[in-house]
Design a protein around this ligand. Structure first.
Ligand code: AMP
Ligand code: MG
Length: 477
Protein backbone atom coordinates (compact mmCIF):
# COMPACT_ATOMS: atom_id res chain seq x y z
CA UNK A 1 0.00 0.00 0.00
CA UNK A 2 1.43 3.36 -1.04
CA UNK A 3 0.38 6.58 0.67
CA UNK A 4 -0.20 9.54 -1.66
CA UNK A 5 2.39 12.29 -1.82
CA UNK A 6 0.95 15.65 -0.95
CA UNK A 7 2.41 19.14 -1.22
CA UNK A 8 0.78 22.57 -1.10
CA UNK A 9 1.87 25.24 -3.55
CA UNK A 10 -0.79 27.67 -2.33
CA UNK A 11 1.08 28.06 0.94
CA UNK A 12 4.02 29.45 -1.01
CA UNK A 13 1.89 32.52 -1.64
CA UNK A 14 1.97 35.22 1.07
CA UNK A 15 0.15 34.47 4.32
CA UNK A 16 -2.53 37.03 3.47
CA UNK A 17 -3.88 34.52 0.90
CA UNK A 18 -5.04 31.94 3.43
CA UNK A 19 -5.30 30.92 7.07
CA UNK A 20 -3.77 27.77 8.44
CA UNK A 21 -6.61 25.61 9.64
CA UNK A 22 -6.95 21.91 10.36
CA UNK A 23 -10.06 19.82 9.79
CA UNK A 24 -11.92 18.96 12.99
CA UNK A 25 -11.96 15.17 13.50
CA UNK A 26 -15.32 13.42 13.36
CA UNK A 27 -16.73 10.65 15.52
CA UNK A 28 -17.50 7.70 13.32
CA UNK A 29 -16.73 8.27 9.66
CA UNK A 30 -17.83 5.78 7.06
CA UNK A 31 -17.39 5.96 3.32
CA UNK A 32 -20.41 6.49 1.09
CA UNK A 33 -18.55 6.61 -2.16
CA UNK A 34 -15.08 6.76 -3.62
CA UNK A 35 -14.43 7.68 -7.21
CA UNK A 36 -11.95 4.98 -8.15
CA UNK A 37 -11.58 6.09 -11.76
CA UNK A 38 -10.63 9.62 -10.73
CA UNK A 39 -8.49 8.37 -7.87
CA UNK A 40 -6.51 6.23 -10.23
CA UNK A 41 -6.00 9.13 -12.69
CA UNK A 42 -4.70 11.15 -9.75
CA UNK A 43 -2.26 8.38 -8.94
CA UNK A 44 -3.86 7.21 -5.67
CA UNK A 45 -3.19 3.60 -4.73
CA UNK A 46 -6.65 2.02 -4.65
CA UNK A 47 -5.65 -0.15 -1.68
CA UNK A 48 -4.70 2.96 0.25
CA UNK A 49 -7.97 4.60 -0.75
CA UNK A 50 -10.07 2.08 1.15
CA UNK A 51 -7.58 1.68 4.01
CA UNK A 52 -8.03 3.20 7.47
CA UNK A 53 -5.53 5.89 6.46
CA UNK A 54 -7.57 6.73 3.36
CA UNK A 55 -10.84 6.95 5.27
CA UNK A 56 -9.09 9.07 7.89
CA UNK A 57 -8.09 11.54 5.18
CA UNK A 58 -11.52 11.78 3.56
CA UNK A 59 -13.08 12.49 6.95
CA UNK A 60 -10.38 14.94 8.03
CA UNK A 61 -9.39 12.76 10.99
CA UNK A 62 -5.76 12.53 10.00
CA UNK A 63 -3.90 13.82 7.01
CA UNK A 64 -1.26 12.14 4.88
CA UNK A 65 2.36 13.24 4.75
CA UNK A 66 2.99 16.50 2.96
CA UNK A 67 -0.57 17.74 3.45
CA UNK A 68 -0.62 21.36 4.63
CA UNK A 69 -4.24 22.24 5.37
CA UNK A 70 -5.47 25.78 4.89
CA UNK A 71 -8.64 27.77 4.33
CA UNK A 72 -8.42 30.13 1.35
CA UNK A 73 -9.61 33.70 1.68
CA UNK A 74 -11.82 35.42 -0.87
CA UNK A 75 -14.48 38.11 -1.02
CA UNK A 76 -17.46 38.30 -3.31
CA UNK A 77 -20.62 39.91 -4.56
CA UNK A 78 -23.55 37.85 -3.31
CA UNK A 79 -26.81 38.59 -5.12
CA UNK A 80 -25.19 41.86 -6.13
CA UNK A 81 -24.23 42.91 -2.57
CA UNK A 82 -20.59 43.24 -1.55
CA UNK A 83 -19.10 40.93 1.10
CA UNK A 84 -15.53 42.04 1.84
CA UNK A 85 -14.43 38.77 3.43
CA UNK A 86 -15.89 35.32 2.79
CA UNK A 87 -13.31 32.56 2.39
CA UNK A 88 -13.58 28.83 3.02
CA UNK A 89 -15.89 28.70 6.00
CA UNK A 90 -16.46 24.96 5.88
CA UNK A 91 -13.69 23.68 3.65
CA UNK A 92 -10.00 22.83 3.93
CA UNK A 93 -7.59 22.73 1.05
CA UNK A 94 -5.31 19.97 2.27
CA UNK A 95 -2.85 20.29 -0.58
CA UNK A 96 -2.17 19.04 -4.08
CA UNK A 97 -1.29 15.71 -5.58
CA UNK A 98 0.42 15.21 -8.91
CA UNK A 99 -1.58 13.11 -11.38
CA UNK A 100 -0.06 10.49 -13.66
CA UNK A 101 0.10 13.04 -16.50
CA UNK A 102 2.12 15.47 -14.35
CA UNK A 103 -0.74 17.89 -13.68
CA UNK A 104 -1.38 19.14 -10.13
CA UNK A 105 -4.76 18.88 -8.44
CA UNK A 106 -6.11 20.64 -5.38
CA UNK A 107 -7.67 18.24 -2.90
CA UNK A 108 -10.22 19.96 -0.71
CA UNK A 109 -12.48 18.66 2.03
CA UNK A 110 -15.87 20.36 2.24
CA UNK A 111 -17.83 20.13 5.49
CA UNK A 112 -14.63 19.47 7.45
CA UNK A 113 -15.19 21.87 10.34
CA UNK A 114 -14.84 25.53 11.21
CA UNK A 115 -12.10 27.82 9.93
CA UNK A 116 -11.27 31.48 10.61
CA UNK A 117 -13.79 32.31 7.85
CA UNK A 118 -16.77 30.43 9.30
CA UNK A 119 -18.44 33.54 10.73
CA UNK A 120 -21.54 32.15 12.48
CA UNK A 121 -21.53 28.88 10.52
CA UNK A 122 -20.68 25.48 11.99
CA UNK A 123 -18.21 24.54 9.25
CA UNK A 124 -20.18 21.42 8.48
CA UNK A 125 -22.28 20.07 5.66
CA UNK A 126 -25.18 17.67 5.84
CA UNK A 127 -25.63 14.64 3.68
CA UNK A 128 -28.06 16.20 1.17
CA UNK A 129 -25.80 18.86 -0.37
CA UNK A 130 -22.83 16.47 -0.31
CA UNK A 131 -24.72 13.87 -2.35
CA UNK A 132 -26.13 16.57 -4.65
CA UNK A 133 -22.66 17.96 -5.39
CA UNK A 134 -21.12 14.51 -5.81
CA UNK A 135 -23.78 13.46 -8.27
CA UNK A 136 -24.19 16.65 -10.26
CA UNK A 137 -20.50 17.47 -10.55
CA UNK A 138 -19.73 13.96 -11.79
CA UNK A 139 -22.70 14.09 -14.18
CA UNK A 140 -21.44 17.43 -15.52
CA UNK A 141 -18.02 15.91 -16.11
CA UNK A 142 -19.52 13.01 -18.06
CA UNK A 143 -21.59 15.47 -20.08
CA UNK A 144 -18.34 17.16 -21.14
CA UNK A 145 -18.91 20.28 -19.04
CA UNK A 146 -15.89 21.74 -17.20
CA UNK A 147 -16.33 21.25 -13.46
CA UNK A 148 -14.71 20.50 -10.14
CA UNK A 149 -14.76 16.74 -9.54
CA UNK A 150 -15.85 14.59 -6.62
CA UNK A 151 -13.33 12.12 -5.23
CA UNK A 152 -15.10 10.81 -2.14
CA UNK A 153 -17.98 11.29 0.22
CA UNK A 154 -18.26 10.13 3.81
CA UNK A 155 -20.87 10.35 6.52
CA UNK A 156 -19.34 11.62 9.72
CA UNK A 157 -21.43 9.77 12.28
CA UNK A 158 -22.27 13.18 13.73
CA UNK A 159 -25.46 15.19 13.60
CA UNK A 160 -25.66 18.54 11.86
CA UNK A 161 -28.42 20.92 12.91
CA UNK A 162 -30.28 22.85 10.21
CA UNK A 163 -34.06 23.23 10.51
CA UNK A 164 -33.85 19.76 12.00
CA UNK A 165 -31.12 17.28 12.96
CA UNK A 166 -29.53 15.73 9.88
CA UNK A 167 -26.64 13.36 9.18
CA UNK A 168 -23.31 15.16 8.71
CA UNK A 169 -21.15 14.43 5.67
CA UNK A 170 -17.92 15.51 3.98
CA UNK A 171 -17.19 15.79 0.29
CA UNK A 172 -13.69 15.60 -1.15
CA UNK A 173 -13.53 17.94 -4.10
CA UNK A 174 -10.80 18.07 -6.72
CA UNK A 175 -9.87 20.85 -9.16
CA UNK A 176 -6.79 22.36 -10.84
CA UNK A 177 -7.34 25.37 -8.57
CA UNK A 178 -10.13 26.88 -6.49
CA UNK A 179 -9.56 30.49 -7.49
CA UNK A 180 -12.63 32.60 -7.86
CA UNK A 181 -13.41 36.04 -9.22
CA UNK A 182 -13.95 36.81 -5.52
CA UNK A 183 -10.32 35.92 -4.76
CA UNK A 184 -9.22 38.76 -7.07
CA UNK A 185 -11.87 41.06 -5.61
CA UNK A 186 -10.56 40.44 -2.10
CA UNK A 187 -7.16 41.92 -2.87
CA UNK A 188 -8.56 44.56 -5.18
CA UNK A 189 -10.80 45.92 -2.41
CA UNK A 190 -7.67 46.32 -0.29
CA UNK A 191 -5.88 48.03 -3.20
CA UNK A 192 -3.19 45.39 -2.79
CA UNK A 193 -1.83 45.41 -6.33
CA UNK A 194 1.21 43.33 -5.42
CA UNK A 195 -1.02 40.46 -4.25
CA UNK A 196 -3.25 40.71 -7.32
CA UNK A 197 -0.15 40.40 -9.42
CA UNK A 198 0.92 37.27 -7.52
CA UNK A 199 -2.55 35.78 -7.79
CA UNK A 200 -2.52 36.54 -11.52
CA UNK A 201 0.81 34.77 -11.93
CA UNK A 202 -0.46 31.75 -9.98
CA UNK A 203 -3.74 31.58 -11.92
CA UNK A 204 -2.03 31.91 -15.30
CA UNK A 205 0.49 29.18 -14.48
CA UNK A 206 -2.33 26.76 -13.69
CA UNK A 207 -5.06 27.67 -16.15
CA UNK A 208 -3.44 29.48 -19.07
CA UNK A 209 0.23 28.47 -19.12
CA UNK A 210 0.67 29.71 -22.68
CA UNK A 211 0.23 33.31 -21.47
CA UNK A 212 2.99 35.51 -20.10
CA UNK A 213 2.69 35.50 -16.30
CA UNK A 214 2.01 39.26 -16.19
CA UNK A 215 -0.46 39.42 -19.07
CA UNK A 216 -3.53 40.74 -17.26
CA UNK A 217 -5.52 41.53 -20.38
CA UNK A 218 -4.62 38.18 -21.94
CA UNK A 219 -5.87 36.56 -18.74
CA UNK A 220 -9.11 38.53 -18.79
CA UNK A 221 -9.68 37.54 -22.43
CA UNK A 222 -8.99 33.90 -21.60
CA UNK A 223 -11.40 33.85 -18.64
CA UNK A 224 -14.08 35.56 -20.73
CA UNK A 225 -13.68 32.98 -23.46
CA UNK A 226 -13.78 30.03 -21.04
CA UNK A 227 -16.88 31.39 -19.31
CA UNK A 228 -18.61 31.96 -22.66
CA UNK A 229 -18.06 28.29 -23.42
CA UNK A 230 -19.07 27.14 -19.96
CA UNK A 231 -22.34 29.05 -19.76
CA UNK A 232 -23.40 27.95 -23.25
CA UNK A 233 -22.80 24.36 -22.15
CA UNK A 234 -24.93 24.87 -19.05
CA UNK A 235 -27.71 26.24 -21.24
CA UNK A 236 -27.42 23.26 -23.59
CA UNK A 237 -28.35 20.80 -20.85
CA UNK A 238 -30.80 23.04 -18.99
CA UNK A 239 -28.51 23.50 -16.01
CA UNK A 240 -29.27 26.24 -13.52
CA UNK A 241 -26.40 26.98 -11.13
CA UNK A 242 -28.56 28.92 -8.73
CA UNK A 243 -25.92 31.00 -6.88
CA UNK A 244 -23.76 32.72 -9.49
CA UNK A 245 -22.16 35.01 -6.93
CA UNK A 246 -18.66 36.19 -7.83
CA UNK A 247 -17.23 33.95 -5.10
CA UNK A 248 -18.81 31.02 -6.93
CA UNK A 249 -17.36 32.00 -10.33
CA UNK A 250 -14.14 30.19 -11.15
CA UNK A 251 -11.39 31.96 -13.12
CA UNK A 252 -10.53 28.72 -14.95
CA UNK A 253 -14.05 28.62 -16.40
CA UNK A 254 -15.13 25.51 -14.56
CA UNK A 255 -18.38 24.93 -12.68
CA UNK A 256 -17.83 25.36 -8.95
CA UNK A 257 -19.90 25.42 -5.74
CA UNK A 258 -22.91 23.29 -6.36
CA UNK A 259 -25.56 24.60 -4.00
CA UNK A 260 -29.20 24.88 -4.94
CA UNK A 261 -28.41 23.95 -8.54
CA UNK A 262 -30.64 21.76 -10.70
CA UNK A 263 -31.45 20.71 -14.25
CA UNK A 264 -34.76 22.07 -15.41
CA UNK A 265 -37.56 19.76 -16.44
CA UNK A 266 -40.11 21.91 -18.33
CA UNK A 267 -38.53 24.49 -20.59
CA UNK A 268 -39.27 27.73 -18.79
CA UNK A 269 -36.55 30.29 -19.57
CA UNK A 270 -37.28 32.26 -16.39
CA UNK A 271 -36.98 29.12 -14.24
CA UNK A 272 -35.37 29.45 -10.81
CA UNK A 273 -34.96 26.55 -8.37
CA UNK A 274 -33.25 28.24 -5.44
CA UNK A 275 -35.64 29.16 -2.65
CA UNK A 276 -33.63 32.27 -1.81
CA UNK A 277 -33.44 33.65 -5.37
CA UNK A 278 -36.73 35.49 -5.06
CA UNK A 279 -36.04 38.02 -7.82
CA UNK A 280 -34.81 35.47 -10.32
CA UNK A 281 -31.35 37.07 -10.52
CA UNK A 282 -29.83 33.67 -11.33
CA UNK A 283 -32.63 32.19 -13.46
CA UNK A 284 -31.82 30.00 -16.47
CA UNK A 285 -32.09 32.82 -19.01
CA UNK A 286 -30.21 35.33 -16.84
CA UNK A 287 -27.06 33.18 -16.62
CA UNK A 288 -25.34 34.58 -19.75
CA UNK A 289 -26.04 38.13 -18.54
CA UNK A 290 -25.05 37.65 -14.95
CA UNK A 291 -21.73 36.08 -15.89
CA UNK A 292 -20.85 39.33 -17.68
CA UNK A 293 -21.68 41.23 -14.50
CA UNK A 294 -19.25 38.92 -12.68
CA UNK A 295 -16.59 39.28 -15.37
CA UNK A 296 -16.84 43.06 -15.02
CA UNK A 297 -15.91 42.58 -11.32
CA UNK A 298 -12.87 40.58 -12.41
CA UNK A 299 -11.93 43.25 -14.95
CA UNK A 300 -12.18 45.98 -12.31
CA UNK A 301 -9.89 43.99 -10.01
CA UNK A 302 -7.32 43.65 -12.80
CA UNK A 303 -7.34 47.32 -13.90
CA UNK A 304 -4.08 48.34 -12.15
CA UNK A 305 -2.30 45.52 -13.93
CA UNK A 306 -3.85 46.16 -17.34
CA UNK A 307 -2.40 49.65 -17.79
CA UNK A 308 -0.73 52.29 -15.62
CA UNK A 309 -3.16 54.90 -16.87
CA UNK A 310 -6.61 54.11 -15.51
CA UNK A 311 -8.55 55.44 -18.51
CA UNK A 312 -6.42 53.30 -20.83
CA UNK A 313 -6.92 50.25 -18.61
CA UNK A 314 -10.69 50.78 -18.67
CA UNK A 315 -10.68 51.10 -22.45
CA UNK A 316 -8.79 47.83 -22.83
CA UNK A 317 -10.97 46.00 -20.31
CA UNK A 318 -14.14 47.23 -22.01
CA UNK A 319 -12.89 46.01 -25.34
CA UNK A 320 -12.28 42.56 -23.84
CA UNK A 321 -15.67 42.45 -22.14
CA UNK A 322 -17.39 43.50 -25.36
CA UNK A 323 -16.19 40.26 -26.95
CA UNK A 324 -18.23 38.08 -24.61
CA UNK A 325 -21.51 38.43 -26.45
CA UNK A 326 -20.28 37.19 -29.79
CA UNK A 327 -18.29 34.36 -28.20
CA UNK A 328 -21.32 33.26 -26.22
CA UNK A 329 -23.78 33.59 -29.11
CA UNK A 330 -21.49 31.62 -31.42
CA UNK A 331 -21.14 28.82 -28.85
CA UNK A 332 -24.85 28.83 -28.10
CA UNK A 333 -25.84 28.68 -31.78
CA UNK A 334 -23.37 25.94 -32.65
CA UNK A 335 -24.50 23.85 -29.71
CA UNK A 336 -28.24 24.37 -30.04
CA UNK A 337 -28.19 23.82 -33.81
CA UNK A 338 -26.41 20.52 -33.18
CA UNK A 339 -29.21 19.68 -30.78
CA UNK A 340 -31.53 19.76 -33.80
CA UNK A 341 -29.08 17.97 -36.08
CA UNK A 342 -27.58 20.95 -37.88
CA UNK A 343 -23.77 21.01 -38.06
CA UNK A 344 -23.31 23.85 -40.53
CA UNK A 345 -25.48 26.90 -40.08
CA UNK A 346 -27.16 28.45 -43.10
CA UNK A 347 -29.54 31.35 -43.42
CA UNK A 348 -32.82 30.76 -41.61
CA UNK A 349 -31.51 28.19 -39.14
CA UNK A 350 -31.65 30.57 -36.23
CA UNK A 351 -35.31 31.25 -36.98
CA UNK A 352 -36.00 27.53 -37.04
CA UNK A 353 -34.32 27.10 -33.66
CA UNK A 354 -36.12 30.10 -32.17
CA UNK A 355 -39.48 28.74 -33.36
CA UNK A 356 -38.76 25.45 -31.64
CA UNK A 357 -37.73 27.07 -28.38
CA UNK A 358 -40.76 29.35 -28.43
CA UNK A 359 -43.11 26.41 -28.95
CA UNK A 360 -41.37 24.52 -26.18
CA UNK A 361 -41.98 27.46 -23.85
CA UNK A 362 -45.60 27.82 -24.88
CA UNK A 363 -46.28 24.14 -24.34
CA UNK A 364 -44.03 23.79 -21.28
CA UNK A 365 -42.30 20.92 -23.03
CA UNK A 366 -39.71 18.95 -21.11
CA UNK A 367 -36.33 20.35 -22.21
CA UNK A 368 -34.34 17.10 -22.23
CA UNK A 369 -37.13 14.87 -23.45
CA UNK A 370 -38.05 17.07 -26.41
CA UNK A 371 -34.55 16.86 -27.86
CA UNK A 372 -34.30 13.12 -27.17
CA UNK A 373 -37.55 12.52 -29.01
CA UNK A 374 -36.30 14.56 -31.93
CA UNK A 375 -33.08 12.51 -31.94
CA UNK A 376 -34.53 9.04 -31.61
CA UNK A 377 -37.50 9.46 -33.91
CA UNK A 378 -36.85 9.35 -37.58
CA UNK A 379 -37.36 12.96 -38.48
CA UNK A 380 -39.70 12.00 -41.30
CA UNK A 381 -42.00 10.01 -39.05
CA UNK A 382 -45.12 11.33 -37.41
CA UNK A 383 -44.43 12.91 -34.11
CA UNK A 384 -45.71 11.03 -31.08
CA UNK A 385 -48.44 12.20 -28.80
CA UNK A 386 -46.33 14.28 -26.45
CA UNK A 387 -44.89 16.33 -29.26
CA UNK A 388 -48.02 17.11 -31.29
CA UNK A 389 -47.25 20.79 -30.86
CA UNK A 390 -44.22 20.32 -33.07
CA UNK A 391 -45.96 18.77 -36.07
CA UNK A 392 -45.90 21.88 -38.19
CA UNK A 393 -42.38 22.83 -37.17
CA UNK A 394 -41.20 19.32 -38.02
CA UNK A 395 -42.10 19.66 -41.66
CA UNK A 396 -39.79 22.66 -42.08
CA UNK A 397 -37.14 20.96 -39.97
CA UNK A 398 -37.25 17.73 -42.01
CA UNK A 399 -36.77 19.73 -45.20
CA UNK A 400 -33.77 21.48 -43.70
CA UNK A 401 -32.21 18.21 -42.54
CA UNK A 402 -32.12 16.93 -46.13
CA UNK A 403 -29.00 19.08 -46.44
CA UNK A 404 -27.28 17.57 -43.39
CA UNK A 405 -25.04 14.50 -43.55
CA UNK A 406 -25.81 12.55 -40.42
CA UNK A 407 -28.16 14.62 -38.29
CA UNK A 408 -29.37 11.81 -36.07
CA UNK A 409 -25.82 10.92 -35.10
CA UNK A 410 -25.02 14.56 -34.33
CA UNK A 411 -28.14 14.85 -32.21
CA UNK A 412 -27.55 11.65 -30.30
CA UNK A 413 -24.05 12.84 -29.44
CA UNK A 414 -25.35 16.22 -28.29
CA UNK A 415 -28.63 15.48 -26.51
CA UNK A 416 -28.22 13.53 -23.29
CA UNK A 417 -30.62 10.71 -22.52
CA UNK A 418 -29.77 11.10 -18.86
CA UNK A 419 -29.56 14.11 -16.62
CA UNK A 420 -29.82 13.76 -12.83
CA UNK A 421 -33.29 15.21 -12.47
CA UNK A 422 -34.17 17.18 -9.42
CA UNK A 423 -37.04 14.98 -8.23
CA UNK A 424 -34.77 11.92 -8.42
CA UNK A 425 -31.95 13.63 -6.55
CA UNK A 426 -34.37 14.70 -3.81
CA UNK A 427 -35.71 11.16 -3.64
CA UNK A 428 -32.17 9.72 -3.50
CA UNK A 429 -31.29 12.10 -0.64
CA UNK A 430 -34.41 11.19 1.33
CA UNK A 431 -33.58 7.49 0.91
CA UNK A 432 -29.95 8.06 1.89
CA UNK A 433 -30.98 9.74 5.13
CA UNK A 434 -32.46 6.40 6.16
CA UNK A 435 -29.41 4.53 4.92
CA UNK A 436 -30.65 3.41 1.50
CA UNK A 437 -28.17 4.42 -1.21
CA UNK A 438 -29.61 2.36 -4.07
CA UNK A 439 -31.15 5.28 -5.98
CA UNK A 440 -28.08 7.48 -5.42
CA UNK A 441 -25.83 4.72 -6.80
CA UNK A 442 -28.15 4.11 -9.76
CA UNK A 443 -28.16 7.80 -10.62
CA UNK A 444 -24.38 7.84 -10.41
CA UNK A 445 -24.17 4.81 -12.68
CA UNK A 446 -26.61 6.24 -15.23
CA UNK A 447 -24.65 9.51 -15.28
CA UNK A 448 -21.54 7.65 -16.47
CA UNK A 449 -23.22 7.12 -19.87
CA UNK A 450 -25.41 10.18 -20.30
CA UNK A 451 -25.89 9.70 -24.03
CA UNK A 452 -27.24 6.15 -23.67
CA UNK A 453 -29.89 4.40 -21.66
CA UNK A 454 -27.38 2.21 -19.88
CA UNK A 455 -29.65 1.12 -17.03
CA UNK A 456 -32.81 -0.85 -17.46
CA UNK A 457 -34.85 1.51 -15.32
CA UNK A 458 -37.12 3.80 -17.30
CA UNK A 459 -37.90 5.96 -14.25
CA UNK A 460 -34.34 7.32 -14.31
CA UNK A 461 -34.86 8.64 -17.82
CA UNK A 462 -38.33 10.13 -17.63
CA UNK A 463 -39.55 13.56 -16.59
CA UNK A 464 -41.41 13.83 -13.30
CA UNK A 465 -45.18 13.42 -13.24
CA UNK A 466 -46.86 16.52 -11.87
CA UNK A 467 -47.26 14.72 -8.52
CA UNK A 468 -43.54 14.17 -7.97
CA UNK A 469 -42.15 17.32 -9.55
CA UNK A 470 -39.67 19.06 -7.22
CA UNK A 471 -39.38 22.63 -8.39
CA UNK A 472 -37.49 24.20 -5.51
CA UNK A 473 -34.03 23.66 -4.00
CA UNK A 474 -32.54 24.93 -0.78
CA UNK A 475 -29.12 26.40 -0.19
CA UNK A 476 -26.25 23.96 0.06
CA UNK A 477 -25.39 24.69 3.66
P1 AMP B 1 -21.73 29.29 -0.81
O1 AMP B 1 -22.38 30.40 -1.59
O2 AMP B 1 -22.66 28.20 -0.41
O3 AMP B 1 -20.55 28.75 -1.55
O4 AMP B 1 -21.18 29.88 0.58
C1 AMP B 1 -20.94 31.23 0.82
C2 AMP B 1 -20.03 31.44 2.00
O5 AMP B 1 -20.62 30.93 3.21
C3 AMP B 1 -18.69 30.77 1.90
O6 AMP B 1 -17.73 31.63 2.44
C4 AMP B 1 -18.85 29.53 2.71
O7 AMP B 1 -17.63 29.04 3.20
C5 AMP B 1 -19.74 30.02 3.85
N1 AMP B 1 -20.50 28.93 4.48
C6 AMP B 1 -21.54 28.26 3.94
N2 AMP B 1 -21.99 27.32 4.79
C7 AMP B 1 -21.23 27.38 5.91
C8 AMP B 1 -21.20 26.66 7.14
N3 AMP B 1 -22.05 25.67 7.40
N4 AMP B 1 -20.25 27.00 8.04
C9 AMP B 1 -19.39 28.00 7.80
N5 AMP B 1 -19.37 28.71 6.66
C10 AMP B 1 -20.27 28.41 5.70
MG1 MG C 1 -19.17 29.37 -2.48
Amino acid sequence: MISPKFHNIYTQLPESFFSRSTPTPVKAPSVINQNEELASELGFDLKWLSSQEGIAMFSGNSLPKGADPIAQVYAGHQFGGWSPRLGDGRAHLIGQVQAKDGSNWDIQLKGSGPTPYSRSGDGRAWLGPVLREYLISEAMYQLGIPTTRALASVVTGETVYREKPLPGAILTRVAPSLIRVGTFEYFSSKRDTESISQLLKYSIAIHFPALDSKDAIGFLDAVISKQATLISKWMGVGFIHGVMNTDNTHVGGITIDYGPCAFMDDYIPSKVFSSIDVNGRYSYEEQPKVIVWNLVRLAISLLPLIDNTESEAIKKAELSLSKFDKLYQDNFRTLFLKKIGISHEINGDLGLLTDLLNSMTNFKADFTQTFIELSVLNHNSQIDHSQKFLNEWKIKWANRLEQEKDPIKVMSQTNPMFIPRNHLIEHAIQNAIIGDYKLFNDLLLASKNPFKKSLDNEALYTPPESGNLVSQTFCGT
